[in-house]
Design a protein around this ligand. Structure first.
Ligand code: FAD
Length: 484
């Protein structure tokens, strides 16, 4: 599929020589230096098929020392490097450009959980450990690692930190950035920075780890991280609630947040079209409520005392909303199976849009209070730009983050729809900015939004970013052409 990004062609670059490639391969051993195009395919295609890259070599280092040696050689030979974790990123940051000049370094073999400290509530994981394994390691010592994404079985901690991932629990626990105490990073020169400190208070100068978090592999290769753990709730209650309007969802959110404080750990909104797509494409998926509603909320309330306290709180909040007529209908999960079935609806949603033809993704955020205005004005703009296009704005309502996706009009040629993407995305991004929002809430910039970044950041901000890049990667060998 053609790239829909407004992507400039990379400057003319030559692929590394055969001799240089042989030196890189020798660092990891031939078994972990992938040259065969068929074996490379999984590393070169992005999840949605939006970007397809070319590389002479995928390297799979098995230790921090090997990563350091790779970067030393990259500096010596001026070879550009593309770091990769689980390849679930949605802005193309982990995919090399098409000129075949870059080497992909996949961190998947750095997959050890080095230590788990339940007393200090920390865990040290290497970059290639999947998010799900980190969650399980926390669970094994009766703790919670709250980062939670639909891609958690595949995405890695290195990728999560490099993208500053968000997900469904930001409301209570923050973004990936808020879950880190220390980092180990291999710098462009090959030097290893050991910043694996497990301190909750450390005001000794610039907090350097935050430069690498959200840097999308442009400033260094993260090899390990000290992650924070939280007390595990004794129980969590999940509910699914139907509403007549997005304004009603907003009023309900304010009330639920006020009454439950940090116990409200997830608050996801889905429009009616989401249920239509789910019922159409996901086997066994059905609306848990008796009839359809214009909007739905999927929410989690955590309880720390056990014995039904989260259930009672959810019942109280939802009962009040039903009584006052704010909510139209609701179901509260009575078992872990029911809970999982409700969450499966939300988690299956991203996949269903592919099956409806072309889909434009807009991972945006606005102040929570302005979400109804964003959706109402956004939908009008979309209809005006392309009559029949189907807006599907769903997501992390509680933290102001909408996946404001748009499916092609039924029956329209998909290629034609994708060609006209800016007719829809341009006015939508303008609206987001007018409402004081961000054009990338959680997925990052990568290749997809690089052209937009310079339009939304001030010249001062861009120059500060470029100065940091120059200081840490003077030869521009780390993921060049991504983000900046
Ligand atoms: P990759 O895709 O491999 O890489 C992402 C970026 O990080 C690239 O720029 C890459 O160069 C860089 N990178 C990777 N590893 C390292 C490293 N060790 N050191 C330096 N740089 C590195 N994201 C959300 O935020 N919230 C969601 O709710 C969410 N849901 C998703 C649901 C689905 C079904 C899918 C497919 C994706 C979703 N994502 C979501 C996006 C994606 O899962 C996240 O961006 C994730 O953090 C990427 O991790 P990864 O290991 O796959 O990284």
């Amino acid at each position: 599929m053609a790239n829909m990004a407004q992507d400039r062609p990379s400057p003319v670059r030559k692929p590394p020589s055969a001799e240089t490639l042989a030196r890189f391969a020798a660092i990891v051993g031939e078994k972990h230096a992938i040259r065969d195009p068929a074996a490379q395919a999984a590393y070169l295609t992005e999840w949605r098929g939006l970007f397809k890259g070319v590389t002479p070599l995928v390297l799979r280092p098995g230790s921090v020392e090997e990563v350091a040696t790779i970067l030393k050689l990259a500096s010596e030979t001026d070879t550009p490097i593309v770091p990769q974790g689980g390849n679930t990123g949605l802005v193309g940051g982990q995919i090399p450009f098409e000129d075949g000049a870059e080497i992909v370094v996949s961190l998947g073999r750095l997959d050890k959980i080095r230590t788990v400290d339940p007393e200090g509530n920390t865990l040290i994981a290497e970059a290639g450990v999947t998010l799900q394994r980190v969650q399980e390691a926390a669970e094994n010592v009766d703790r919670l690692f709250p980062l939670s994404l639909a891609s958690e079985g595949t995405c890695t901690i290195g990728g999560n930190l490099s993208t500053n991932a968000g997900g469904v629990a930001v409301l209570a626990y923050g973004n990936a950035r808020d879950m880190v105490l220390g980092l180990e990073v291999v710098l462009a020169s090959g030097e290893v920075w050991n910043g694996l400190r497990a301190l909750r208070k450390d005001n000794t100068g610039y907090d350097l780890k935050h430069l690498f978090i959200g840097a999308e592999g442009t400033l260094g290769l993260i090899t390990a991280a000290v992650l924070k753990l939280w007390p595990k709730p004794a129980e969590t209650t999940t509910a699914f609630v139907g509403f007549a309007s997005i304004e009603a969802v907003g009023t309900f959110f304010r009330d639920a947040r006020q009454r439950s404080g940090p116990a409200l750990t997830a608050f996801e909104a889905l429009p009616a079209l989401a249920l239509t797509f789910l019922e159409r494409h996901v086997q066994g998926a059905r609306n848990p409520l008796n009839r359809s509603h214009n909007w739905y909320v999927l929410m989690d309330v955590a309880g720390y005392q056990g014995e039904g306290d989260s259930f009672a709180l959810a019942e109280q909040i939802i009962g009040g909303a039903l009584e006052s007529g704010l909510a139209e209908d609701a179901v509260i999960a009575q078992s872990l199976d029911q809970q999982a079935a409700l969450w499966r609806l939300r988690e299956s949603l991203p996949d269903t849009q592919r099956l409806e033809g072309g889909s434009l993704k807009h991972d945006v955020s606005v102040p929570v209070a302005r979400i109804p205005e964003m959706i109402e004005r956004g939908n009008v703009l979309i209809e005006k730009s392309m009559p029949g296009a189907r807006p599907l704005s769903f997501g992390h309502f509680g933290d102001g983050n909408l996946h404001y996706n748009v499916s092609q009009p039924t029956g329209m040629d998909q290629a034609e729809f994708m060609r006209r993407w800016w007719d829809i995305s341009g006015p939508l991004y303008d609206l987001v900015l007018e409402l004081g929002g961000s054009i990338s809430a959680e997925h990052g910039i990568g290749r997809l939004k690089r052209e937009q970044l310079v339009k939304v950041k001030s010249a001062t901000e861009i120059e500060m970013m470029r100065s940091i890049k120059r200081a840490l990667d003077p030869q521009n060998i780390l993921n060049p052409g991504k983000m900046l």
